[in-house]
Design a protein around this ligand. Sequence first.
Ligand SMILES: Cc1cc2nc3c(=O)[nH]c(=O)nc-3n(C[C@H](O)[C@H](O)[C@H](O)COP(=O)(O)OP(=O)(O)OC[C@H]3O[C@@H](n4cnc5c(N)ncnc54)[C@H](O)[C@@H]3O)c2cc1C
Ligand code: FES
Ligand code: FES
Length: 490
Amino acid sequence: MRDHIVFYVNGVRRAVDIDAAQQTLSEFLRSSQHPHSERLTGTKIACAEGDCGACTVLVGKPTADGKAIAYQSVDACIAFVFQMDGRHVVSVEGLRASGGLSALQTAMVDGHGSQCGFCTPGFVMALHGLAEEAGTLPTSLDDEEVRIGLSGNLCRCTGYLQILQAATSLRPDAIASMSQLFDESQMLSDFAKLGGEAVVMESSDGKVVAVPRSLSDLIRFRTEMSSARLVAGATDLGVQRNHGLFEPVEVISTCEIPELQTIAVDGDELVVGAAATWQEFDEFICDRLPEYHQILLRFGSPQVRHMGTLAGNLANASPIADSIPFHFVTETVIEVESTRGPRRIPIADFYKGYKQIDLAADEVITRVRTPLPPPDVAVKLYKMSKRRDMDISTVTAAFWLQLDGETVADARVAVGGVGPVVLRLSQAEQSLAGGQFTLDSLQAAGAIARSEVTPISDVRGSAGYRLQLVENLFAKCYYDLSASLSVAVS
Ligand SMILES: Cc1cc2nc3c(=O)[nH]c(=O)nc-3n(C[C@H](O)[C@H](O)[C@H](O)COP(=O)(O)OP(=O)(O)OC[C@H]3O[C@@H](n4cnc5c(N)ncnc54)[C@H](O)[C@@H]3O)c2cc1C
Ligand code: FES
Ligand code: FES
């Protein structure tokens, strides 16, 4: 058992105790980390809630075979230092290892991609992250790839055109990779030696951070520390911490457990481990569930998807969580475990009220089991928000329609953002089941749906607007499915 966290910052080894481990990564980088180390203030903090990307850094993790380090962009303002054990963190200052400005930084200067410069380190690091993922592509990234890759970065003065042009002016193989800038062999052998050892850090005033590395250790820690908070990607908890709603006084990290990082198809079920990130999930499902993939393109930003998890989204229990309606219509089952054994909970029973879930203090979510829609089922998902990218949904919806020719054999509809929990609309479903797949039948079901929801007015929309959205989504579903199924629009 280790009592400290070990990670590298710009190629330099750091071994830190609990006080540093409980900081956010941006606080750690910007503060004086060591008597002889510089403050890495190129990592900016603007929103402190993952919304602007000014704090973007690269976080590298050894690949499964331990032979290389794979880097992804992360918002340092909502990541905790204890999540960095066994990682290589590269801040914008790390790019100096290229001997001056990196090729990307030069392209930004030459292309006038920076005015006040406050957002620039974040853009540069996000672009380096894209280049890392693209690897040795001999062609430039296209506008759309760069636009999606930068959807988590805001610039308030330059305008995006120059930044996009600077980014697309370079081929990824013309940009120095992190493995070219840093000697990774030393880090990899250090990480290998640290290996599968759990970390438990305690302070004299009762603070505890535990980073288990096996499911059995996680379950044991959960029982021994029943008041501790589980932390997966921290994309919800990091924001709560910066808003003063959560202090990482007693925490158990779930993100280092190999058993919980797997994603697989088991029979006709998709089985997702509780520590698999949204990025890993998306790569696995993009061809199997293209409709879900479209939602994930608009789920937060790459930085958020590189850390956040499905389990965290389900456990956070927001009624506007974008994943939940799909899991309601597919009748997903949530697997939880404790020292008392495993338990399976149908998702409809998991939510007990606003932000209340059926999870005992000694239990953890281990896996999420989702029946894959059979071939005769058409699925449509909707994330209705004021802005296309990086916005919180006003209403979310999922339609699951089993079609026999032009007859709806069975129908399932779930909506979020219209009550304290996501709801299945049983009366609307009944009105659809057994009927014809026509605009009239969908519109009639939409009118019924209005009576099944109880939205409130808030900053994202009035109750009346939400009611109308729910009703209209039924007609939209008809038009969208008609187009893809080639059913004549009546
Ligand atoms: C900028 C930004 C944009 C976002 N955009 C979206 C969006 O478009 N759509 C959307 O739905 N959400 C969005 N979110 C919210 C967040 O990213 C998601 O809810 C994410 O899936 C949370 O996962 P996590 O692993 O980061 O959870 P964490 O923050 O680590 O944890 C969230 C909750 O889950 C609990 N938990 C985690 N793992 C387990 C487990 N194994 N067992 C039991 N409990 C557990 C934690 O204790 C905590 O209560 C956004 C967040 C940010 C910061
Ligand atoms: S400071 Fe805005 S995302 Fe971190
Ligand atoms: S250059 Fe000023 S915010 Fe982007």
